[in-house]
Design a protein around this ligand. Structure first.
Ligand SMILES: Nc1nc2c(ncn2[C@@H]2O[C@H](COP(=O)(O)OP(=O)(O)O)[C@@H](O)[C@H]2O)c(=O)[nH]1
Ligand SMILES: [Mg+2]
Length: 317
């Protein structure tokens, strides 16, 4: 692991218990408008789980003695079940994706509704929480919002947790282990310290989120993480341990589609540095000033000669 990452892990990797709620409330009070918090739950047909998550956040972090959260919005991604009714009954404001920015027809996907949620909320800190979590704890929200309230130099915080698959500990997060972690380690090794880079629970300052592009589908978590690194730097990113996360598991083919979207998101970001057809423009002084000439840059490489059969044959002779 990079030395820089080891240092980051010591400085920017916390546990929810590190910041008690009374400390967070005091920090929020001192921060004024900078400490306003919007929680957003993207939801597509989550009637079974969304109600309990909304109720927990309302009870623990809004209505009671710890009013850490100012606004709780469920972004309805076109649900055909009772998601909207259940969420509203539990105390969320429900915003249908088509109601935000109606001049732009909605595209399908989770990233699309996270993007639109920036227009439907007003907190200076925005906290995303998946709507399919079970046995949800309010620590998920207070844990990741905490560093944004107490540490002005932190701009983006991801939750980390155990992800059991059935009874098997640590087997959840298959797309993380097979696709996202290898991609990050190979291409953005400074992000290798994130335990759950694809997790759906993260909080960030609006001032950062509004400057980032949002992949419309499942690429959104990788895209935001990579772009946040390049926008605010590693020291402005953090992660907080919030315990255990349980959610609905998808079948292998659905995971394959998710993996492809994530790979594609990485590919687009790599292409910013690896132009598909790189050229070099040079200038010569002509009769009417400088004249530009553009040349393709040679990018092809030949494999090592030892891999060429003719060469191997000739050496053997
Ligand atoms: N698949 C999908 N999920 C969406 C969409 N909009 C919101 N979501 C929500 O995004 C969250 C994460 O989706 P999920 O399928 O659980 O992804 P996973 O946790 O990575 O397997 C859930 O709360 C979904 O309800 C959408 O258009 N498609
Ligand atoms: Mg899920």
């Amino acid at each position: 692991m990079l030395e820089e990452v080891e240092h980051w892990l010591k400085q920017r990797s916390w546990s929810a218990a590190d910041r008690p709620l009374d400390q967070l409330l005091a920090a929020k009070g001192a921060a004024g408008a900078r400490g306003t918090v919007s929680v957003v739950l993207p939801a597509l047909d989550e009637e079974a789980t969304v109600g309990a998550i909304v109720a927990t956040i309302r009870r623990e972090l809004m209505a009671g003695p710890v009013p850490l959260v100012d606004e709780l919005v469920v972004m309805d991604s076109g649900s055909t079940d009772r998601t909207a009714a259940v969420a509203a009954a539990a105390g969320a404001r429900v915003v249908h994706r088509d109601a935000v920015l109606p001049r732009l027809p909605t595209l399908p996907g989770k990233g699309e509704v996270l993007w639109r949620s920036l227009l439907a909320t007003s907190g200076e800190i925005v906290c995303f929480v998946d709507a399919d979590l079970r046995e949800f704890s309010a620590d998920f929200v207070s844990g990741i919002v905490g560093p944004l309230l107490t540490d002005p130099e932190v701009h983006f915080v991801k939750a980390m947790y155990d992800r059991p698959l059935g009874n098997a500990a640590g087997q959840g997060g298959r797309v993380t282990e097979l696709v996202a972690r290898p991609l990050l380690n190979l291409h953005w090794p400074r992000l290798a310290g994130f335990v759950q880079p694809l997790g759906g629970e993260y909080a960030a300052r609006r001032s950062l989120l509004e400057r980032l592009p949002f992949p419309v589908g499942y690429g959104v978590e990788l895209g935001l993480l990579v772009d946040a690194l390049h926008t605010v730097g590693l020291d402005a990113l953090a992660q907080v341990d919030v315990g255990v996360r349980l959610h609905r598991h998808q079948d292998g083919q659905a995971l394959g589609r998710m993996a492809a979207a994530i790979y594609r998101t990485a590919q687009l970001r790599l292409a910013r540095g690896h132009l598909v057809r790189p050229v070099l423009t040079q200038f010569d002084r002509g009769e009417d000033g400088f004249v530009a000439r553009t040349h393709p840059i040679d990018t092809e490489e030949r494999p090592p000669m030892a891999e060429i059969p003719e060469y191997v044959e000739r050496r053997a002779a």
